[in-house]
Design a protein around this ligand. Structure first.
Ligand code: BGC
Length: 269
């Protein structure tokens, strides 16, 4: 059943990149629960994408799976073509696909740098640029939403918090921060709403090793005292793309249990 009070996404179509696991999978399911039909993009984990499709269909929405690399321009075009052909015009885009290739700075290879920038930043550029073009082509559907389209980037607390041993990742998220804000400034007058979500430590594959090694060390960085779940981010994203957030534009919503609050200063400084 779709949510009420401006939270319903009934009649809207969403594209979610990197939707085969973790935050992307949870957001695809969350959007479906709110009533949207969903394009489920994956890069290598087709089985994961199939599980996401099951969750979308269980929620009573339609879903379609499409493989592709967000760092590749023609793959990104195919994502949007797939949405228009199978579901209809694109209303919502969650630019989520992201990777880490952690390495001490002196040893970081150009390949490690370029892989992260390509997926996390160039991918965000290609996906949002295509979204803007498709929103313009579609035109306003006021019966569906007061916005021509909604874009949410999956950023990170590391668009704000520097991260030793992961300068490629932190640089990519710092780039997403000003990509989001500059794009919001440029296209707001067209009623294209652009925001980010900034997750903290969320229990997904990307940090599985660190959580297995020392979950307490991670928790010590979170004033609210718990590691987040992908559904915590899904709730934030569903709200951000809904009409309940129609006046929220150019904002990064940190959903991080307070990780951005300099918890190292608790009792110090
Ligand atoms: C990273 C995770 C990390 C979290 C908090 C995220 O952006 O992908 O690996 O646990 O930030 O540091």
């Amino acid at each position: 059943m779709a949510a009420q009070n401006g939270l319903s996404l009934e009649g809207q179509n969403a594209v979610v990149t990197g939707a085969s696991s973790g935050i992307g999978a949870a957001v695809a399911a969350g959007l479906a629960k709110a009533g949207a039909d969903v394009v489920i993009n994956y890069h290598s984990d087709e089985e994961g994408a199939a599980k996401t499709l099951t969750a979308v269909e269980r929620a009573g929405s339609r879903g379609v799976i499409i493989g592709g690399d967000v760092g590749c321009e023609s793959d990104v075009h195919k994502l949007f073509d797939c949405c228009e052909a199978e579901l209809g015009p694109v209303d919502i885009v969650f630019s989520n696909a992201g990777i880490q290739r952690d390495c001490a700075f002196g040893e970081m290879s150009l390949a490690d740098w370029e892989a992260v920038i390509s997926t996390n930043l160039t991918g965000a550029f290609l996906v949002s640029r295509e979204a803007v073009k498709r929103f313009r082509k579609k035109g306003l559907r006021e019966e569906v939403s007061p916005a021509l389209g909604k874009i949410v980037f999956n950023s990170s607390v590391h668009e704000r918090i520097p991260w030793a041993g992961r300068v490629n990742y932190a640089a990519s998220k710092g780039g997403v921060s000003l990509l989001m804000q500059s794009l919001a400034q440029e296209v707001g007058h067209e009623k294209i709403r652009v925001n980010s979500v900034g997750p903290g430590a969320i229990a997904t594959d990307i940090n599985a090793d660190e959580r297995a090694d020392d979950a307490d060390a991670i928790r010590s960085l979170i004033p609210y005292g718990r590691i987040g779940e992908p559904e915590d981010i899904a709730q934030a994203v569903v709200w951000l793309v809904s009409d309940a957030a129609d006046y929220v534009h150019g904002h990064c919503l940190f959903a991080d249990g307070g990780m951005t609050l300099y918890p190292g200063f608790i009792g110090n400084g």
